[in-house]
Design a protein around this ligand. Structure first.
Ligand SMILES: [Zn+2]
Length: 442
């Protein structure tokens, strides 16, 4: 069984990895929306600058609150009415985008953020995957997702706990996994019906603990924007309304923190795992037009199809699909471009098809089902992370960070080392570089 202590192979090694996922999974489904906004204080009151946020002169070890707003595309920050996030950005650092790993899917990307590893090195090569050695299928909504054999690398909560700090997780992919006996001191089984406001209150409760019990690293997760992005699309009015609702939750968090003596020690790192692209029933690649889909095990769904042969060979599949449709790029595992870091893990399917931005790749049967039910296609992600549509959110605000700075798009594999630096932790081996986030620090 892999443990966090086992060094994960770093960039030089190659193993493969993999891909991605169904849409309607718990992690992608919206949580209960809590519409009201009963902040302890009004927006502006103590939030102006990290330096001035101090409520008491107490000084002490840094605290990091890592918040994921799943599926928040980079441009929502400017398009939606989100004053609290903009305030954090203006008193801190924002990037023009946060670049996910490939595939730009929930589990691989979240786990890259907390390990600094590309999916081919941390093993969560997609939201759904096969491991012939384990002999099971991984699905992010199934019990297999808690089996530590799937998870390599060392998430930051393990790094913190191993070095004597206390970590807490108000949800995060991987937070329910036992890494060789190490877990966050505080964590909860994932339940997307757990109301957002209660997630915030739970974190504030942890922060009110006395110093010896208080976590220094806390993760939070909110799924609503991803869910609405899938159903209504990234250009919809619904997505802006949902973004505004989550902004109110951020406001409750910040206002709550500002009532605490530790406020001046808190660093907010607010991220998303990927962006969102509008899809359409007019942009669909139907695999059955080129191949007998009964001969293929389609382990993952659009816009990336990972294909294992059921009968015949992987080469048969590759040759049947290669260059057949201008909006479907097909690779043998070994030929996936180096920039995607997606070759070396054995869980990466032997043949991978990647749809062009905004396209869907599926089977005839699925398309027929959609058409019969009148389903319209909303947004999707998983596409090439170099596409602007796949870029997510990055805001860093706190005493160690610069103020009012906008940096170019940043790969999310650099955030593990960045957060370790804030917390004074020695990072485990990872694919990120501290220099990549040098512009974030004062
Ligand atoms: Zn999603």
């Amino acid at each position: 069984m892999k443990t966090a202590c086992t060094a994960t192979p770093i960039s030089k090694t190659r193993t493969s990895k993999r891909r991605f996922i169904g849409l309607a999974v718990a992690w992608c489904i919206s949580a209960t929306l809590v519409g009201s906004c009963g902040g302890v204080q009004g927006p502006g009151s103590r939030v102006q600058s990290p330096g001035s946020r101090v409520q008491s002169p107490e000084s002490g070890a840094p605290i990091v609150i890592l918040v994921s707003l799943d599926g928040w595309r980079w441009d929502y920050l400017d398009r939606a009415r989100v004053p609290r996030l903009r305030a954090l950005a203006s008193m801190g650092v924002r990037s023009e985008g946060l670049i996910p790993p490939f595939p730009s899917k929930t589990f691989p990307s979240h786990y890259s953020i907390v390990t600094g590893l590309y999916p081919e090195h941390h093993g969560i090569v997609s939201n759904n995957m096969i491991d012939e050695a384990i002999g099971e299928r991984f699905s992010m909504s199934a019990p297999t997702a808690k089996d530590s054999r799937w998870w390599s690398g060392e998430p930051l909560w393990v790094t913190a706990q191993k070095q004597g700090q206390i970590a807490a997780s108000m949800f995060w992919p991987g937070s329910e996994v036992d890494f060789g006996g190490v877990r966050p001191t505080f964590w909860k089984p994932f339940d997307d019906d757990f109301p957002n406001r209660q997630r915030v209150q739970e974190v504030l409760k942890w922060l009110r603990l006395p110093e010896p019990e208080r976590p220094s690293f806390i993760t939070m997760y909110f799924s609503d924007v991803d869910s609405v992005g899938h159903s209504a699309g990234p250009e919809s009015s619904e997505i802006l309304a949902t973004a505004a609702e989550l902004d109110r939750e951020i406001g409750v968090l910040v206002d709550g923190v500002n009532t605490l003596a530790i406020a001046s020690r808190v660093h907010y790192v607010i991220v998303s795992d990927h962006g969102m692209s509008q899809t359409s029933t007019r942009r669909v690649v139907v695999l059955d037009d080129y191949i007998d889909t009964r001969t293929v095990d389609l382990i993952d769904s659009s816009p990336v199809v990972g294909m294992w042969p059921r009968t015949g060979t992987a080469e048969d599949i590759y040759l049947a699909l290669k260059d057949k449709h201008p909006s479907l790029t097909v690779y043998r595992r070994a030929d996936v471009p180096a920039e995607l870091h997606y070759n070396s893990h054995p869980r990466i399917p032997p043949v991978i098809g990647i749809a062009a931005d905004g396209w869907t790749v599926t089977t005839r049967r699925q398309l027929d089902d959609w058409q019969a039910s009148g389903r319209q296609l909303g947004g999707n992600h998983g596409f090439d992370p170099r596409l602007r549509s796949m870029h997510g959110l990055f805001i860093a605000s706190g005493p160690q960070f610069r103020q009012g700075v906008i940096i170019p798009p940043l790969e999310n594999i650099h955030l593990y080392a960045m957060m370790a630096r804030v917390l004074g932790l020695r990072p485990a081996p990872n694919d990120g570089r501290l220099e990549a986030t040098a512009g974030v620090f004062r």
